[in-house]
Design a protein around this ligand. Sequence first.
Ligand SMILES: [Zn+2]
Length: 149
Amino acid sequence: MQCPYCNQGDSRVVDTRATGDGIRRRRECLACHKRFTTYEQISEALLIVKRDGRREPFDRFKLLQGIRIACAKRPIATADIERVVSQIEEHLFGLGKAEVRSEAIGQMILEKLKDLDPLAYIRYAIVYMEMEDVAALQKELDRLMAERK
Ligand SMILES: [Zn+2]
């Protein structure tokens, strides 16, 4: 996405909003730090493939909510949560794919939460992981407990 001020190519997404028929993004140029808005039609927008095969447009707010719930009452700054959401969003759109599986996003979130807060990580894992991942979760719990000793 070229910056309209300096024509440089790298920008980061600072905000994403779904409008009626597309997605509006606020971007910040990494070179001149000016902000600009881009607009994508739904057909160009990223689709999330759910476990049951249904597809829905990527929703930044939903991503934020899911992480917020996992981080509830934990000593985590709102800015840190926002940063995690932005990093995941940038990574997702950086893949250049039309569709991304929801499990892949779940894994990205887990990776981020692991660094941020162990309890938020466990909460998220419990809510979003499938039964087959329980063994992995148990292993992770054991590791965290061992670290605490
Ligand atoms: Zn620029």
